[in-house]
Design a binder for this molecule. Sequence first.
Ligand code: HEM
Length: 203
Amino acid sequence: MSDQVRPRRAVVVSPMLTALREGTRDHHVVVERRLALPDRIRGRADLGVTLAALLAAWAPLERDLAAADWTGLPVGARLGEAAALLRADLTALGVVGVVASDRTSGVRLDTTPRAVGGRYVLLGSALGGSVIAPVVERRLGLAEGEGTRFFRRSGRAPGADWRDFRQALAGRGWSSAERHDAVEAARQTFEFVGRTAAVRPSG
Ligand code: HEM
């Protein structure tokens, strides 16, 4: 059977994914407003400041997620990690001396449902990044991926990561208490990113 006539496999949407989407819609709007991307990036210096602020959020969250209990879901504890791309972008832009704190984010991401909430937020941000990267490159006259590897998730497979994550969520049942915990953790993750990486008033 050719690809054209093969029926498309239905995409299963887990009740967990639905809960996360519905439970964090407003949080996404708020983080978009607070981060003001790509508007805040008018020059290379702005890009450097923005990436350093994002690293301050991503590094502790990814550390917390790597240490979480993932026994309840068949995905790697480091699925879609991207802080290394932020570091590479900063180096490419010649920004030196950015040291991300080695502390925890303070968001409780220890159990599988809570870790699911946090990972949902970080994986989902790649969707926004793919919209932001070309705008920043055009505005700053950068080559594709120059200082925008994090936004593009260059060399990674964000589509496959997202698909694996969705499939894993759909592959098991979740109690309402587990969905509640995941949404709570996702909201707190959004809030942490918004707080940590928000545009700082200058002057
Ligand atoms: C600030 C600029 C941002 C823009 C312009 C943006 C834009 C987008 C877009 C276009 C989508 C895809 C919507 C769709 O296909 O239905 C999306 C999804 C998503 N974004 Fe953002 N985003 C931004 C920031 C962020 C940040 C910082 C995070 C996380 C901290 C984030 C988390 C998510 C999540 C979790 C989804 C997935 C929603 C889902 O399919 O369940 N976004 N975003």
